[in-house]
Design a protein around this ligand. Sequence first.
Ligand code: DC
Length: 663
Amino acid sequence: MEFIDLAPATHASGTVRLPGSKSISNRFLLLAALAEGETVVRDLLISDDVERMLDALKLLGIHWERQGQGNDFLVRGAGGAFPVKQAELFLGNAGTAFRPLTAALALSNGQYLLAGVPRMHERPIGDLVDALRQLGADIRYVGNEGFPPLEIHPAPIRAGGRVAVRGEASSQFLTALLMALPLTGAGATVEVVGELISKPYIDITLTLMARFGVAVERDGWREFRIPAGARYRSPGTVFVEGDASAASYFLAAGAIAGGPVRVEGVGRDSIQGDVRFAEALQAMGAQVAMGPNWIEARAPATGRLKAIELDCNHVPDAAMTLAVAALFAEGTTRLSNIASWRVKETDRIAAMATELRKLGATVEEGADFIAVSMSRSEPAGAVSRGLTFTPNAAIDTYDDHRMAMCFSLACLGGVPVRINDPQCVNKTFPDYFDRFADLLAPVIAIDGPSASGKGTVAARVAEQLGFHYLDSGALYRLVALAALRTGVALDDGEVLARIAETLPASFEGGRILLDGADATEAIRSEECSAGSSKVAAFPAVRAALFGRQRAYRQAPGLVAEGRDMGSVVFPDAPLKVFLTATAEARAERRHKQLIDKGMSANIDTLLQDLRERDARDSARAVAPLQKSADAELLDTTAMTVDEAVAWVIERVRQRLPQAAARS
Ligand code: DC
């Protein structure tokens, strides 16, 4: 089983640019497919659920294409029902694709099979099928009555009139029906039977339908009227907002562990109900600020969150985050009106209760509520104090992206936490764990050629910020030293990789140890320098050292220095610097260093060695030394070390103000 281990953390701060909303992405794609004209969907979420929708649309004869490398897609609308009249669709576990496509295909007069993963076949869909059958649709259950897979057959569809749909199990049934009804070309009235849950999602549906030219009239949450002659027309270009549910994890991190944490992509002007999660955090005592397109959260002035009781109808998805935030609150948090959790990606009430208990929480669960509290070892104090989290809990995620994401917050309890099967986040947020790590431990990547002074600068920056420090070159030097000492040829890639894999190296207070013996000076010899650049050219050696380097990323942050820190090892580093100087300046510095140490040195030989090493490091096939486009260039030829350090700190101040403020 795959897992990710989260190191204990007590502070979270920084800024996160959110991925696009899943709900909006899949609605826009379907509306664009049914509309007249071409639509450019900007900032689409690229994740499993959206890919299921894109694949399905392609099979149904809808032309779409990605524009460039970004997240913009052009969709050529069919101007009505799908052109392909026979298809078999696999929709994974994507409810936002399965339900609306069921409705649209039921009204498309074709022969279709819709199936998904086993869990999808346990998620009820009977309420939607019943509603569509009232219109004359011919839908059959292939397996269990009331559940996918579904077979749709051509059938005459009644134009207009009334349709009733139950609203208690999932708002997606109403969404699916509303989005499909304009295909009949006649006006229709949808009546909701029972209480409608997750109302904000219906708001999203109506807002987006209106963008495509269909204005639904509604009477409270009971009746919805599609006007006669309603047709979808492309509005040209549409923008997908950031995912408000995804925002909840980061905002909660800020509220739990200091902050401020700012999310960009949703804010006051958002059409997603889950932005109201911020109000719930506020009720827990968090300090929240909001702009049109951003939200920021920080811990309460007291440092402690307090428990709340909340009806979660309006924030069904983000409410899961509250259940985990409750671990950090004083008192018992009770979240009610969450029966829909039981029919989501997994039975979320049961899953949540089981996993919260692993962390030491007391949990009470009912048909439609959950109550969570955590005992404390002492009354007041800083946020991490007094928390009694059980360390090393291994959290199961039930193939549910939200379980994985919300339980990542547990490491803020100051304990190591393991998240099993973390790849389930691909459903809506493929790089979630990297973005989360950014908040806990930002990386400053400093790359550059030999003897550019990057080591000195990086170590000083790390010290000033109180960050960890990784001298990645030392690892390659240690491999070379170990090889030289044991007589291994420096061109024997296989044996070198084995040395790298099991390298008995450690770093202790500025000293570098190999096999327990001090090797700090030995790895700096000219022989080792030349040797290290040779061993570094072997992909297997680099691969063997990869995980070891990544493990240095720990709170509160890391300054990593080398050749490929920004390009390969920490590609998501929020600050990347390419630090260089002319070969002459570097040879001169090295010369002075050696003379100061009482060693003899010839500047011409040094210059020639440096040039050879530069050539080798830059020309190799894997992870060559080169400035990546997103790195900032720092040429230190005419700079003192102090000036170079100040230059980097200034960049930190701009990019990572929270980290700089702590220094
Ligand atoms: O930074 P340094 O001079 O100590 O590095 C020694 C050698 O290790 C260098 O010649 C190239 C190699 N190296 C690398 O390939 N990738 C890194 N991230 C760091 C060093």
